[in-house]
Write a protein of this length. Structure first.
Length: 328
């Protein structure tokens, strides 16, 4: 792993503070600007970014669940023609994310033909210090990063671009926000980030704390879905779409690679068909690249998997009918 220090790429490992505590601590995102329909200030107070077709570009990884959120929203909100995107290689090595094409010829920086993702951060801020992560929402007009915080990017895509795409589906409706927010908070801590807290734990105590919270929350979600098709209401909301990328990777990599192995997703009576239900939602399956997911985790995390042996299984049938339409 590595990061930019005063605009220069430097190598590092999982730092000593994380090792000393035994716990994995995720760094906060740095770019927190906001796109709005008219360019006025958004929730973070930073305005000047107006929603316009062709103005913005996403940098993503098919392997990364945080970036996957933004691809899902781009598809759901029918923004394919309005917002382009570039894909990094599945392998994250000594120079972080690269734009090297994969063995199928996919990948590359569509805007600048950069070699490394950190070059995009340098363009936005030549003195940038911090992690170089995906997703990145880039503004071609001002030549800077709008945001690298996935939870805020998906809210921009949800509301700001309605006049651009004509798609007025709202996955964060006003009357459901308190319930969505409460679920998001627990799911982020215990599940989305919980699999990383489990996999990158450096002490038995930290591992057991994280893995117990993870499965307690999965059990709660399974119980919740026994009588309803989605987490909040009769249609998917932001809570569902934020959870889905983690579930799609669960049996594929987190169960084995991150030792999240008390139970498999396919063993959950309700979570498993629920995941297939969301996967089969129009446009979602096309955002998934399971080969990138599998290869990235097993090959990039040398500290966990020093011989970089990529597991061959499991084979998962995402196309099986979920049979949840009767639930509301």
């Amino acid at each position: 792993m590595g990061q930019l220090i005063d605009g220069k790429w430097e190598q590092d490992a999982l730092d000593g503070k994380k090792r000393a505590s035994g716990k994995f601590v995720r760094a906060d995102s740095v770019f927190r600007n906001w796109v709005t329909a008219d360019g006025s200030a958004g929730p973070t107070g930073n305005g000047g970014f107006k929603a316009e077709a062709g103005r913005y570009h996403l940098y993503v990884s098919y392997a990364c669940p945080w970036a996957h959120r933004t691809l899902i929203y781009r598809a759901l909100k029918e923004l394919d023609g309005a917002i382009g995107y570039s894909v990094v290689n599945w392998f994250m090595g000594e120079h972080g994310w690269t734009f090297e094409k994969d063995d199928k010829g996919e990948g590359g920086d569509e805007l600048f033909e950069s070699d490394y993702l950190f070059e995009i951060y340098q363009k936005a801020n030549p003195r940038y210090t911090g992690r170089v992560t995906v997703p990145v929402l880039w503004d071609k007009d001002t030549g800077t990063v709008v945001s690298n915080e996935s939870s805020e990017i998906i809210r921009m895509l949800n509301t700001a671009f309605v006049g651009v795409s004509g798609n007025d589906a709202d996955f964060y409706p006003n009357d459901k926000r308190p319930e969505i927010d409460a679920l998001n908070e627990r799911i982020y801590h215990a599940v989305n980030n919980g699999v990383y807290r489990t996999g990158f734990a450096f002490s038995q105590e930290a591992y057991e704390e994280a893995v117990e919270e993870l499965f307690d929350t999965l059990d709660m979600l399974d119980d919740r879905l026994a009588s309803r098709r989605f987490l909040v209401g009769a249609l998917p909301t932001e809570a569902d779409w934020r959870l889905l990328p983690t579930l799609l990777r669960f049996d594929l990599v987190y169960h084995g690679h991150f030792k999240c192995n008390r139970k498999k997703l396919i063993e959950y009576q309700h979570l498993w068909p629920y995941t297939r239900d969301l996967y089969q939602w129009p446009g979602v399956a096309e955002t998934c690249n399971f080969a990138h997911m599998r290869r990235h985790y097993y090959h990039s995390h040398k500290v966990i998997n020093p011989f970089r042996i990529v597991a061959i299984g499991p084979d998962i049938d995402w196309s099986a009918p979920p049979e949840r339409e009767h639930l509301e």
